[in-house]
Design a protein around this ligand. Structure first.
Ligand code: TXA
Ligand code: MG
Length: 344
């Protein structure tokens, strides 16, 4: 199949992409978080193509993308006030809300669950495509399953060229990590995945938040979890990654002592001089965590090379968006962390 590359700036793009979606084809769409691999979320056959293209486990449900917040009522029922409060505060934006699903949402989309995840993304072209398609777009991150997410159209080209109908190029994604996911189907709101909307922002609106254990620890692959996606190996380059925590100086001393040719160092821009001769790659500035979230997946993709033996990675501390960066990097490292303050 010849993949079409459509510019988000071309006025014809929304209609071309919407028609492909209506015809049951796969179209990669830009969002503020990461690129999604989109299909008509109400069409089982179209949704099946997403799972096939990504090599995604069937029990891992998809997010339904809507063009206007009000649309959540079309696909969800028993919507609590909290959902309206969150939608008003953060949509369009990097937040996904899990709610009870209406019957018209296929089980293929929900991975067999009675709930569905909905999100109104902050990308004008993508919302216009959804509006013109007349159906919600089911879209996981467009990466091949298990690999780092796609934050540019080139990443999508690398993973899916010739296998999907079109890619809409909206430039690099601003946030760079996937949306925050909040489950509102239980008594208390539960954070299933941290992202661009921070726990503090959620608590300001909800007054309460439970952090699911899948956020903070490695989940056994046979475990029953709220967000099935959380238990699979994620975001990982080909080689092992170890996070080295601690002060700049202690971490550099540890890494330099253990470094062998063929290893790489993933660090902050400010640290590059400390790793001369160790082939360092910077993913952003420690002083501006938004550059780290925007740069993380591109850097992990660059490091996805079987010729590399081992990656030593530096991870930002703190909460807010740093919390989401920590979560993704820890998953890429399978929670393998060394504290340089305790090593000599
Ligand atoms: O930012 C994002 O959310 C991106 C863009 C494209 O919107 N999408 C994305 O989708 O990250 P994906 O499929 O890579 O991650 C969705 C996560 C998975 O961990 C999945 O298990 C979880 O959301 N999820 C989806 N539906 C769910 C549901 N009904 N209940 C619990 N978790 C759900
Ligand atoms: Mg994903």
């Amino acid at each position: 199949m010849l993949t079409q590359y459509l510019s988000a700036d071309d006025p014809q793009t929304p209609e071309i992409a919407a028609e492909l979606i209506r015809n049951g084809e796969l179209v990669a769409i830009p969002t503020e978080t990461v690129y999604g691999l989109g299909a008509d979320g109400l069409n089982e056959e179209a949704v099946a193509k997403i799972f096939k293209a990504k090599g995604r486990p069937q029990d891992n449900p998809l997010i339904l993308h809507i063009w206007a917040p009000e649309q959540m009522e079309d696909f969800c029922h028993h919507i609590p006030k909290a959902a309206y409060d969150l939608a008003r505060a953060f949509w369009p934006g990097p937040l996904t809300i899990v709610l009870p699903a209406r019957d018209l949402v296929p089980k293929r989309t929900t991975g067999g669950l009675a709930t569905v995840a909905v999100r109104c993304p902050d990308s004008a072209v993508t919302r216009e495509i959804i509006r013109l398609a007349g159906v919600p777009i089911a879209a996981p991150s467009a990466n091949i399953s298990g690999k780092p997410s796609t934050t540019t159209a080139d990443h999508v080209r690398y993973d899916h060229d010739g296998k999907i109908a079109a890619v809409v190029d909206g430039g690099p994604c601003r946030v760079g990590v996937e949306s925050t996911i909040v489950d509102l189907t239980e008594d208390r709101p539960r954070l299933l995945r941290p992202g661009g909307i921070t726990p503090a922002q959620l608590i300001e609106v909800l007054g309460d938040l439970v952090i699911d254990k899948a956020v903070t620890s490695q989940i056994d692959k046979d475990a029953v979890v709220k967000a099935p996606g959380m238990k699979y190996r994620h975001y990982a380059p080909a080689e092992p990654v170890v996070i080295v925590s601690g002060s700049r100086e202690k971490a550099a001393a540890y890494i330099r002592a253990h470094f062998t040719p063929g290893d790489r160092v993933l660090c902050f821009e400010e640290e590059l001089p400390l790793y001369e001769g160790c082939n360092p790659l910077s993913y952003g500035r420690e002083a501006d965590v938004n550059t780290l979230s925007a740069g993380l997946f591109g850097a992990l993709r660059e490091l996805d090379d079987p010729a590399i033996h081992q990656v030593y990675a530096r991870c930002p501390v703190g909460d807010g968006v740093a919390y989401a960066v920590q979560n993704r990097l820890k998953k890429a490292a399978a929670f393998h962390i060394v504290d340089a303050e305790e090593e000599t």
